[in-house]
Design a protein around this ligand. Structure first.
Ligand code: ADP
Ligand code: MG
Length: 171
């Protein structure tokens, strides 16, 4: 049976991990958190002092993921999306959160000062949405509001429905 690969992307704090894990619970899809994968394999090539985060070794991340992606049925979660091979994904969801909600979530996560401001700005300037629109065919890129638990439930239901339809159409 053929199954699609799904990319969940967006600014840190928008809800990618929460949604991705829920999709995996409701399906037989594999969930991959690219940040965790990089951490486990130490797939880094330095540390970005300005943004206070390790710099991903993108080539090694791609090598590590390639085998898992080729059969489909994978949900990928990462806050950037321009370095994955375009062919990997059948659909791309960019989660979006209003500032006031996002601010609280990032503060709860312990972000402060420049790191907090930079991430809020990333969302205001819709940086990741534009990155997705320039990295994938526009018609496969969809924005999802992720402000409330009701949004989360609706997004989950819609994605499950989309997956079921895709499987019917492609098998
Ligand atoms: P990301 O993986 O995009 O950084 P997380 O899934 O870790 O985001 O979510 C960040 C925080 O926001 C978590 O505490 C999570 O419970 C909460 N959250 C995520 N999505 C929603 C939503 N739609 N409504 C309310 N809270 C949410
Ligand atoms: Mg996450």
């Amino acid at each position: 049976m053929k199954r699609p690969n799904i990319l969940l992307t967006g600014t840190p704090g928008v809800g990618k991990t929460t949604l991705g894990k829920e999709i995996a619970l409701r399906t037989d899809f594999t969930y991959i958190n690219v940040g965790d994968l990089a951490k486990e394999g130490e797939l880094y090539e330095g540390f970005d002092e300005e943004y206070e985060c390790p710099i991903l070794d993108e080539d090694r991340v791609i090598d590590e993921m390639e085998d898992k992606m080729k059969d489909g049925g994978v949900i990928v979660d990462y806050h950037s999306c321009d370095f994955f091979p375009e062919r990997w994904f059948n659909i791309v969801f960019v989660l979006r959160t209003e500032n006031s909600f996002l601010y609280d979530r990032l503060e709860n996560r312990g972000y402060k000062g420049k790191k907090l401001q930079d991430n809020i700005q990333c969302e205001i300037f819709q940086t990741i949405y534009e990155e997705a629109m320039s990295s994938y065919k526009e018609e496969i890129v969809h924005q999802l509001s992720s402000n409330t638990p009701e949004d989360m439930e609706r997004n989950l239901d819609q994605i499950i429905e989309w997956i079921e339809q895709w499987i019917k159409d492609n098998n």
